[in-house]
Design a protein. Sequence first.
Length: 573
Amino acid sequence: MAPGDDSNPAGTSHTITANVTSGGLPLPGQRVTFTVTGQNSGAVGVCLPADCMSDANGDVTFTYTDTNGAGDDTIKASFTDSNNSLQSATAQKHWLAACGDGTVDPSEQCDDGNTVDGDGCSATCQIETCYRCTGAPSACTPNDGAACDDGLFCNGADTCSGGSCSVHGVDPCAAGAECNNVCDEAHDSCHVMAGTACTDDGNVCTDDQCDGAGACGHAANTASCDDGVFCNGADTCSGGACTVHAGDPCAAGAECNNACNESAGNCHVAANTACTNDGNPCSRDVCDGGGACAHPAGNAGATCRTAAAECDAAEVCDGTHTACPADAAKPNGTACAGTNHNTCLNACQAGSCVPDFRTACCGNGVLEAGEQCEDGNQVAGDGCRANCTYELIPGDGNGVRSRDSHACLVEWSVVNPNNQPATDLRGRPHYTQRCKNNDPTCDFDGSATDDTCEFHVVACLNNVDPQLASCSQAGVADPVRVLSPLARDAANHASLVNALQSLRDSTGATFTLPLSEDETNVCTAPFSIRVPLRRTGQHREAGRVRLITRARSSLTLSQTSKDSDLINLMCEP
């Protein structure tokens, strides 16, 4: 059937055509029955041909009128003969409401009999905003006071008046909460734009901004912050807290500004801590406590300019100035050693060392009070020390330790600066003294041709000798026995015996034996011992003279000690 699906205004007529065929050929003269169901169920129409018989082409038309208004119908056609009983497919018919006919169809809200807008019932039969309509045909009047919508959000709630949506409320957002109180017409919302500042939550590690959805958000940030601790370095926010720290802020600081001080909140090294030396001996190189290496005056007494010569004074810092005092010479008359290395025979004058004999001076060649010996020089190792005391030779053999406790009763001194070996195994002057014949430093006979060495020897009794720390001064009883040289060596024997009868100390006081324990460092005058070379045929060999004494400590002591002393004097060719 055709049309198979069609629409017409309600209340109008509809015509449909059925085509009867068999084997693809039209069947004329067949009675066709049309059946309508739906909105106009059972409707009776008019056929053409009038008897509803198919024409020569097999066609039959059927026309009926909608009497029930808008709705849908289904239409079928069928026929029956002696051979066939056929039914067509279903055709659809839609009856559309007809606005303006004064009838309110199901699809219409009103129908005032016209299709004019603005009278309360629109041209499509819908009640217009701010009207109310009743009856059919509809009578429409303004619906004052009814809620309406003018399409604008930001003028608030709307109300009808005089048939139009003309009464409006207040800004719907004005009384809204923070971040939800700014009208946005484009989006019909009160949401403040995202990123707009809002109430501070007091946490520097969050950003206080509207979230764009009507709330004040506090998202975590990575801003700089301060955890109140200086020594962990610059602080940065993370996760809403001040938890990221750069590390010691002082580690890479300059000298004197690289030690973290939490209490003071700085990097200043403590005042007076040593820092880089500026090379000035008259300044102190210390941190100033303010982060800098300072160089204030100081070091009083430190040498800032060494003496350029013997009579040039070394300058020292005064402690109050950073500059070294002006260069100056030693005062005139200051002792100096000169070319002969003797401060008794030279003195400074206008910065130069010139000859100048001085009294009361060890080394001037004059035996004076306070001196045990005076050899005219200030050189040690020649029997007379540089302080004019004898260089004592313990006479207890080759430094036997067990004899040290009484070896200081008698000791020797020999003028022999070149003796070899100079010391014994314990580092003390050796008891064997060797002199080359005619060596003027140890052979004092004045002859360059004889075969004898004349030694100058001194014997000292009851000595305070630092070499013999365990030996106490116990005095010396009378006599000191001379065991060698024997009497047959008359000259040498007499020289030693006579020397022991005339004793003196460094003050010039004279003594004779016995000596009490407090009469110490008493010595003979220098005496001569002559040692001839030995001859064997045409050969000359070393000669030797031994000086051997035996002494006892003072008889006033409850227990006496004995001291046997030996010195070997050897003359070598």
